[in-house]
Write a protein that binds this ligand. Sequence first.
Ligand code: ADP
Ligand code: MG
Length: 341
Amino acid sequence: MDYLAVENASKTFGGGVRALDGVSFSVERDEFFTLLGPSGCGKTTLLRSIAGFADLTEGTITLDGARLDRTPPHRRDIGMVFQDYAVFPHLTVAENVAFGLKARKTPAAESAARVAEALATVRLGALAARLPAALSGGQQQRIGLARAMVIRPKLLLMDEPLSNLDAKLRIELRDEIRDIQKSVGTAAIYVTHDQEEALAISDRICVMNAGRIEQIGTPQEIYADPRTIFVASFVGTMNVTPWDAAGPGFPPGFAPDRAHVWAIRPEHLRIGEGRPGAVAIRGEVDKYTYLGREAHVAVRTPDGRFVIQVADPAPGLRMQPGTPVSVGFDPANALFFDEAG
Ligand code: ADP
Ligand code: MG
């Protein structure tokens, strides 16, 4: 039986906004599950419904065999971490973490031991007596994490917990969150609009769009085998081009009959004809973007504009706009979609 099962969840707000529209998925007992999608697609609404801060218009939620949507929020055994930390400014770090245990009337000695353990897990042990205002954003979010974990929740919910942190810290803390979740073994649902973060942190990703699920899969499945144009374009960079049977030199009969659109990633394109059997499209450089580790060359062709990933050559060899080039690729790396692009 599924550990967490969300079935046919829908939520309509007053004014007719359908924030969730028939959402179903399940999460396993020790899984790191991520909801990924653009702002406004319903991620927070879904998380709040699981936590009990909002009621679904339709649908059921079951956690560990119990109907969650019939359990009051304070009895759901769910830990939640918020984007804006939501720490109590007048309580010390340790008091913040102890808060949920106090509400559950945990005996003082046990509470102290569990707070110490939770603070050690998030590496805040040395700061237990400080007030949150004296701490950095990253440290404040560690308080949020310790506070959610200390109650030993059946499920950990995190709503864009790293969005307020700068890029380097975001990467550090995301790795740490994943390590902590794996060592404690608590099922987690993590919300983000950042596709790279989702790929790095998740066991499985659920891509959402406009209140619906587009695809659920491992990071590798979502990136390499997107099932919709939305997923293909939202996760990573994808060149999406209308399919025209007279198009760019694919072998005859290569594309499925109902193809409307074809797509290929920048790392599957190269400058130059490449090996025999590869497809090549002629065009000219539109833009060259230096990205450090690599560069992106945008090439305009009669078949559309393509972004190609290249190793950055010596500065003198960087391609000027207007330079004629061929775009080569192996047709096996092309994806076809029958949606009207
Ligand atoms: P996300 O977290 O993915 O950015 P939300 O779940 O916050 O998305 O919002 C989904 C949709 O529901 C949006 O269109 C938003 O404007 C709407 N919405 C969210 N909360 C409310 C509310 N309390 N009342 C009315 N509309 C809401
Ligand atoms: Mg949100």
